[in-house]
Write a protein that binds this ligand. Structure first.
Ligand code: TPP
Ligand code: DXP
Ligand code: MG
Length: 640
């Protein structure tokens, strides 16, 4: 980190658009890079965010915006978590005080924020597919525009990237792919591709050697064909001699590199050459995650990939430690694995954030990191189950969306015992709409044979995780939200598998509170009780299939209310309503949940409040609903 924060009138203040970069000298660019790093450390230390990834692409991003003309040329960022520098040089420095906060700057590219932004999806491995399509569109429309896609080595472990590369090679459209190779996802990137990249990384760029030879031969009088053939033979020989054949070239995609991704001039030179190719070309940028800020460089876990607020001097997190849902899961999984040798763990490049890394430390031969490859994770888990094991696949809820077909057909249709543990289920907050884990109970609730558990506290998480890995004839899901686990919510009794958390003999309302919304349900019940309603609150624990006991309990009450931290469409509320219809239980039902939609970033509490999912709002809506239902019940039948 440079000695001091940039002077208010430093270079950084003078950069309000990419055009401002083009007039800077190499010395000024070096100073600007340092100012950008100081700026990001200062801002992100207060807001939290993707510091490590963005520190690693400062020079690369500066070079990109000096060589290409955004937004005429389109610069795409895979995952988008490394786009802070892009935002800083495209006029958004002022927004960083509210980074990832409600009403403030998104942590990812945002079309609403800037004409320079395009991909808003924070899911990895999509940029090359976008780029394939965009480059074809520009070509077909005859538009003289470049497409540049920045993709990390981690994202390259995602299958979509290889589907895209396969097409890009065939399409042969003008397209520059910058592989931002820092050797890491969170942890060091796994797999054969990572090994290939490190082989390339560790060898002198044959391009550089080739240039030397060309220079040496350069003064040879041009005598046409013979010189060409000599040069071509030399080039082939150099490729074979000084560096392994980049597999990309075998695919038909030109490869330039490795290039020092922290050398603006070197990156510019490579990008200008790449820009001149009228065909797909990969620029292999070798970078360091967290570069230029020692606490990030030295953070062995994940190079300050996505820290909360921290002390800028030391990098130490400032949040008070608390027991997270993830910790409870991780501890219980290790206990289970100690008892059950058939239990194995799978992570999609997120061992630490999902807690699977703890299991790996204790049982390294029973944990598989498959890279950012959730589809493969699901079907590989099916294979593990076919082989007599019980895999536990731990992913963030939002990321399992892309593996729906694999869960449906490769796992469930084969009735295989695979447990998917979905962390960050429900509204998460700072990462915004593409990270909200709100789809799983609806989408995977439709999977035949799928059983879904939604624990309400640590005790039920432990219990339901054990129940899930005890299932041997089909898939299970255990889903829980981000953040700290709440205080225990004991049941007063259990009806079948349904926990009764509160009951009232008047039986005015049966309130079915799903998982992390159990506490909210109890608060709503208290508010309704103050208005004279007798409310029973139950936690179904297993929400799909709908527990049969719920229909019996509903039949004993005048009304039913459901609360869930997931979308209403096809959610638990809909499923309970269908179960009541099937059981001929004619009781009015009102379901509360997340409306389908793209809800903005903010804190989890802010987003839930904005959706009316507070005890006060729900109680008010329930009383209004009850009045309407009763009025309808006494009104004469409408004349049709
Ligand atoms: C489909 C999907 N799975 C998991 C993640 C979580 N995630 C965010 S960034 C990241 C690592 C990305 O590594 P890389 O592409 O190398 O970028 P770097 O952070 O190194 O710049 C992961 C796994 C995600 N965003 N998308
Ligand atoms: C970009 C990405 O997908 C992850 O880095 C994610 O932002 C992490 O989320 P948590 O901070 O909830 O672990
Ligand atoms: Mg990486």
């Amino acid at each position: 980190m440079s000695e001091s924060l940039p002077a208010p009138d430093g270079l950084l203040a003078s950069v309000t658009s990419p055009g401002d970069l083009k007039r800077l000298s190499p010395e000024q660019l070096t100073l600007l890079a340092a100012e950008i790093r100081d700026f990001m450390v200062a801002k992100v230390s207060r807001t939290g965010g993707h510091l490590g990834p963005s520190l690693g692409v400062v020079e690369t991003t500066l070079a990109l915006h000096r060589v290409f003309d955004s937004p005429r040329d389109r610069v795409l960022f895979d995952t988008g978590h490394q786009a802070y520098v892009h935002k800083i040089v495209t006029g958004r420095q002022g927004g960083f005080d509210l980074l990832r906060q409600r009403g403030g700057l998104s942590g990812y590219p945002s079309r609403a924020e800037s004409e320079h932004d395009l991909i808003e999806n924070s899911h990895a491995s999509t940029a090359l597919s976008y780029a394939d399509g965009l480059s074809k569109a520009f070509a077909l429309r005859g538009e003289d525009r470049h497409v540049v896609a920045v993709v990390g080595d981690g994202a390259l472990t995602g299958g979509m990237c290889w589907e895209a590369l396969n097409n890009i090679a065939t399409a042969k459209k003008r397209l520059v792919i910058v592989v931002n190779d820092n050797g890491r996802s969170y942890a060091p990137t796994i797999g054969g591709l990572a090994d290939h990249l490190s082989t390339l990384r560790l060898n002198p760029g044959y391009e550089r050697v080739l240039d030397l030879v060309k220079d040496a031969l350069g003064n040879t009088p041009v005598v046409g064909k013979p010189v060409y053939e000599v040069l071509h033979a030399v080039k082939r020989g150099i490729k074979d001699a000084v560096s392994p054949q980049p597999m990309f070239e075998d695919l038909g995609i030109k490869y330039l590199g490795p290039v020092d991704g922290h050398d603006v001039q070197a990156m510019e030179s490579a990008l200008r050459r790449a820009k001149g190719f009228n065909a797909p070309v990969i620029v292999h940028a070798v970078t360091r995650k967290g570069y230029g800020y020692r606490p990030a460089e030295q953070d062995e876990a994940d190079c300050l990939h996505s820290p909360g607020a921290f002390d800028p001097q030391t990098g130490a997190l400032t949040a008070k430690p608390s027991v997270k849902w993830t910790h409870v899961f991780s501890e219980e999984l290790i206990k289970i694995a100690d008892e059950r040798l058939d239990v194995v763990g799978i992570t999609a490049a997120m061992g630490e954030p999902t807690g699977i890394a703890e299991l790996a430390r204790k049982h390294p031969d029973r944990v598989y990191d498959v890279g950012i490859a959730e589809q493969h994770a699901a079907t590989s888990a099916a294979g593990l189950a076919m082989g007599g094991l019980h895999p536990v696949v731990a992913v963030y809820a939002t990321f399992l969306n892309r593996a729906f077909d694999q869960v449906l057909l490769d796992v469930a249709m084969h009735e295989l015992p695979v447990t998917f543990v979905l962390d960050r289920a429900g509204i998460t907050g700072p990462d915004g709409p593409s990270h909200y884990g709100i789809w799983d109970m609806s989408v995977f609730g439709a999977v035949p044979g799928m059983r879904i558990a939604a624990p309400r506290d640590a005790a039920t998480l432990r219990e339901e995780l054990r129940e899930a890995v005890a299932v041997d004839d089909g898939p299970t899901i255990v889903r829980f939200p981000t953040g700290s686990v709440p205080a225990g919510l004991p049941a007063v009794r259990r009806v079948g598998q349904v926990d009764v958390l509160r009951e009232d003999d008047r039986k005015d309302v049966l309130l079915i509170a799903v998982g992390s919304f159990a506490g909210l349900g109890l608060d709503v019940a208290e508010r309704l009780a103050e208005q004279g309603y007798g409310v029973t609150v139950v936690d179904p624990r297993w929400v799909r299939p709908v527990p049969i006991e719920l229909t019996g309990l509903a039949a004993q009450h005048r009304r039913v209310v459901t609360l869930e931290d997931g979308i209403r469409a096809g959610g638990v509320g809909d499923a309970v309503a269908a179960a009541l219809r099937d059981a001929d239980v004619d009781v009015p039902l009102r379901d509360f949940g997340i409306p389908s939609g793209w809800h903005p970033h903010g804190t989890r509490a802010e987003i839930l409040t904005s959706l009316g999912l507070t005890a006060q709002d729900i109680a008010r809506d329930v009383t209004g609903w009850v009045s309407r239902v009763e009025a309808d019940a006494t009104a004469p039948a409408a004349q049709v």
